[in-house]
Design a protein around this ligand. Structure first.
Ligand code: DCP
Ligand code: MG
Length: 388
């Protein structure tokens, strides 16, 4: 097989960069985008400009914490429709260079440019110039022989950069990076590997025998990681993107103590998800409800239906009924509803709306565990590929 050339394109501080672009007075200033833009209310940071990151502000941090770190930052509400417009422009530029484009989120895509005659770094620079000239925004591009290495390369140097990892030097280039840069190593797996085996870096993982990884992670995950830590990945570019799930969640301004309040929220969220499901031309089979309590313990309960549906009544009543499987012994901080196991409605022609970051913490399996991942504002989400 001939070697592939894969690019991973990721916009820099995307939401904040769009805000700085349309309000030039914000350029060079710390800008924090999240929730409804009020840093005194609950909600989390969606992103921060690089000027704000200097103060230690990052995505998923509670807005109130961000405010404490940098009270003079400009706090702005999330405006998905504006970001979606830029996302579409960027995507259409990428499609001029290859038909094989796999969008991963609003600001991120893989691109297979194996067929292009240009030298990859020069081609990546040209794409960056086009994006900058036509949108005013900067992007970083990672180049690799596969998606895994292209994505890692992109993350190694940001903002406004092109970074390449070669197949031949991948093992060396990965060695010093933290294990969490790898697919399949989320925070939980990383903590487990560190506690059991003292693993912190990719190099530490490279030093482990296949059997050791399998013993700790199970046969499948262990074997995957054995290859991934060596930079090996043959996953294809998936061009016809299909969402795995649609979800909505909301954080209460004041924790809910009354069951009826939570029922009303679940019903409203389920109605929203169903509307979106129909708009996008999907039916779903599995309905999941997520509850995060005041102590941040997060639980999910799921119900799989006999057949896929986009029926409003069915989805709403299924979601509300799931509440019976939660205890209401503590005040509730956040509620989410997700519909997954999606299939296309026969008559549907439309393409799904652009995905946004999935802020859900658990996988939508029955009785998911504890998420504990900080505050989350109301977030509409179409989940892409999760990294763990
Ligand atoms: N996002 C979000 N919640 C998160 C992470 C991201 O809402 N927890 C949104 C806001 C980001 C956009 O998704 O602008 C893209 O996410 P990235 O992880 O690519 O972050 P940025 O583009 O903001 O910054 P970077 O320059 O690090 O890519
Ligand atoms: Mg980005």
């Amino acid at each position: 097989m001939t070697a592939r050339k894969i690019f991973h394109v990721d916009m820099d501080a995307f939401f904040a960069a769009v805000e700085q672009l349309r309000r030039p007075e914000l350029q060079g200033k710390p800008v924090v985008v999240g929730g409804d833009g009020n840093p005194h209310k609950r909600g989390v940071v969606s992103t921060a400009s690089y000027e704000a990151r200097v103060y230690g502000i990052h995505s998923a941090m509670p807005l109130r914490t961000a405010f404490k770190k940098c009270p003079h930052a400009v706090f702005l509400a999330v405006d998905f429709s504006a970001y979606g417009e830029y996302s579409r422009k960027i995507r259409s530029i990428l499609r001029e260079y290859s038909e094989l484009v796999e969008p991963m989120s609003l600001d991120e895509a893989f691109l297979d440019v194996s067929h292009r005659p240009e030298e990859p770094v020069a081609l990546a620079e040209e794409i960056r110039r086009r994006i900058k000239a036509e949108t005013g925004l900067t992007a970083s591009i990672g180049i690799g022989p596969n998606k895994l290495l292209a994505k890692i390369a992109c993350g190694m140097r940001k903002p406004d950069a092109v970074t390449e990892i070669n197949a031949e030097t991948a093992v060396d280039q990965l060695r010093a990076l933290p294990s969490t840069v790898l697919w399949g190593v989320g925070p939980k797996t990383a903590a487990r590997l560190e506690a059991a085996l003292g693993v912190r870096t990719v190099g530490d993982l490279q030093g482990l025998a296949l059997e050791v990884l399998q013993e700790h992670l199970g046969p499948r995950h262990g074997e995957d990681l054995y290859h991934v830590c060596r930079g090996e990945d043959d996953s294809p570019i998936v061009t016809e993107w299909e969402p795995k799930s649609l979800s909505r969640e909301t954080t209460y301004q004041v924790d809910a103590r009354v069951r009826d309040t939570v029922i009303k929220t679940i019903d409203e969220l389920a109605a929203d998800v169903t509307e979106e499901l129909r708009d996008d031309g999907y039916r779903g089979r599995t309905v999941t409800v997520k509850i995060r309590y005041r102590d941040f313990k997060t639980h999910t309960r799921a119900q799989t239906l006999p057949s896929p549906t986009d029926d409003d009544f069915t989805i709403r009543t299924t979601a509300v009924a799931l509440l019976d499987r939660f205890t209401m012994d503590r005040p509730v901080r956040l509620v989410g509803v997700r519909v997954s196991s999606l299939s296309r409605t026969a008559s549907a022609q439309s393409t799904p709306s652009p995905q946004s970051q999935d802020s859900g913490s658990s996988s939508g399996q029955e009785d998911g565990g504890d998420g504990g991942d900080g505050e989350t504002g109301k977030a509409q989400s179409v989940s892409g590929l999760s990294s763990e």
